[in-house]
Design a protein around this ligand. Structure first.
Ligand SMILES: Cc1cc2nc3c(=O)[nH]c(=O)nc-3n(C[C@H](O)[C@H](O)[C@H](O)COP(=O)(O)OP(=O)(O)OC[C@H]3O[C@@H](n4cnc5c(N)ncnc54)[C@H](O)[C@@H]3O)c2cc1C
Length: 404
């Protein structure tokens, strides 16, 4: 059985180590932190959304979709459920998202750690890999100067999201030294910064609505759900989902706009509604007349945005006033001017070019015996358990094939 070094003790590296360990390979897992699985603990707000009931290719992104499809077919959602159930994790489904019944990510990490221990995987923490070379066998050097030897190496160092967890993109350098190309990594599943002088005033307001992303005036993607205004822009699941394309658009210097729909209605429909609403309360000012329709914190900023005097009586509003009011409530447009960066991002778009990796084994086509898995590859998923599904699936494929 081969002697395998796995670099990176995150979701994908841990699964790769377990799968290879079960096949009786001699596995050494090198992790730069003082413990493994740091990022797993923060997933799903500490609850670990480890996969999703609705598993389709549409929820995954990358420049080589066939590659993603091939890998996901080798270890699908049911394989994930089965793998974890046999380790003790009972699933709990919430609107398709799957969590451990305990609702604690620490349970997921605990069962993985016990399994590594049971299989006698040699977990070495505080081991920051700085160099890998291959002669007859691989030589893996860590910061302290110590050198490890193996027949196979699996690189599972993650992408660049949440660098404090250990994944700061240093793994790309290791891959480049073996001739691998990198698709420029950009933050994904990240909050967006907007251009507006109203943000301070509306900071903290949440609403259930729609977010439409436009790039160069073309609708790219629409998402629904809870949206949160912040002092820098917007957050919330729909925004995270749109962020991948928004960030890429900005990097390409294109015009990126977000349309927020507090109400999913057409301007005409909503204008009719407002006319009817105001007919019940003609004596009210527009400021008072909007109470009960939208969050109170939004009223003044919205009226300012459309230059409508807050003390105007609703019965005196002109057709143009109603039109502007209906328009902002059904289509509030903002220019997207940035993102919250790697520190806040949950995933990495881009990474190692997958054309150079065999999708059936995850072995490098350039260096035999070298494998990759997880977020370091040019694959990323939507919010909802898809990134972890990718980590488990690719970890499985790399671990299985490296141990053959
Ligand atoms: C806040 C947050 C919440 C998330 N929630 C979810 C969720 O609920 N569901 C979901 O599906 N996905 C979620 N994700 C995404 C998911 O956690 C990641 O996609 C996944 O963990 C990636 O696994 P990985 O093994 O590829 O990399 P990582 O988990 O990043 O692990 C890489 C490991 O390699 C180590 N390492 C790096 N370089 C070296 C080196 N040179 N030498 C030694 N070790 C090294 C790092 O310290 C790290 O431990 C979330 C991400 C974040 C940041």
């Amino acid at each position: 059985m081969p002697n395998i070094i796995v670099i990176g003790g995150g979701a994908s590296g841990i699964v790769a180590s377990i799968i290879a360990g079960r096949r009786k390979a001699k596995v050494t897992l090198l992790e730069r932190n003082d413990r493994i699985g740091k990022k797993i603990l923060v997933t799903g707000n500490g609850r670990c959304n480890y996969t999703n009931f609705d598993m389709r290719l549409d929820y995954f992104h990358g420049s080589n979709r066939n590659f993603i499809d091939d890998v996901l077919k080798l270890f699908d959602r049911d394989d994930t459920l089965d793998f974890f159930e046999k380790l003790g994790i009972m699933p709990k489904i919430e609107e398709g998202k799957i969590f451990p019944m305990s609702l604690q990510s620490s349970s997921v990490l605990d069962v993985l750690r016990y399994e590594l221990e049971r299989l006698n995987v040699n977990v070495v923490t505080g081991a920051y890999v700085t160099e890998i070379s291959k002669k007859k066998e691989f030589e893996v050097k860590i910061k302290s100067g110590e050198v490890f030897h193996s027949d196979k190496v699996i690189i599972a160092t993650g992408g660049m999201a949440m660098p404090v967890s250990g994944s700061d993109g240093n793994g790309y350098k290791l891959a480049k030294e073996f001739g691998h190309s990198i698709i420029t990594p950009t933050p994904s599943l990240v909050q967006l910064k907007l251009e507006s002088d109203k943000l301070k005033a509306i900071n903290g307001v949440k609403f259930e609505g729609l977010a439409n992303l436009y790039i160069d005036s073309k609708l790219i993607r629409q998402e629904k759900g809870e949206i949160l205004f912040t002092d820098y822009g917007v957050s919330g699941p729909p925004i995270l989902q749109l962020s991948r394309e928004a960030v890429r658009g900005m990097n390409e210097k294109r015009k990126v706009e977000l349309e927020l729909k507090l109400f999913d209605k057409s301007n005409e429909e909503f204008k009719d509604y407002l006319s009817k609403r105001f007919s019940y309360m003609p004596y009210k000012t527009v400021e008072i007349g909007l109470i009960g329709l939208i969050n109170k914190k939004l009223i003044i900023p919205i009226l300012k945005e459309i230059n409508l005097d807050k003390s105007s009586l609703v019965k005196e509003l002109t057709n143009v006033d109603l039109d502007k009011l209906a328009n902002i409530l059904t289509s509030w447009k903002f220019k997207v001017i940035g993102d919250k960066g790697w520190g806040q991002a949950q995933s990495t778009a881009g990474g190692i070019l997958t054309q150079d990796i065999d999708p059936n084994t995850l072995e490098s086509k350039r260096i035999s015996g070298l494998y990759f898995c997880g977020e370091i590859l040019d694959v990323d998923g939507d919010c909802g358990g898809y990134n972890l599904q990718w980590a488990w699936a690719s970890g499985y494929v790399a671990g299985l094939n490296a141990s053959k």
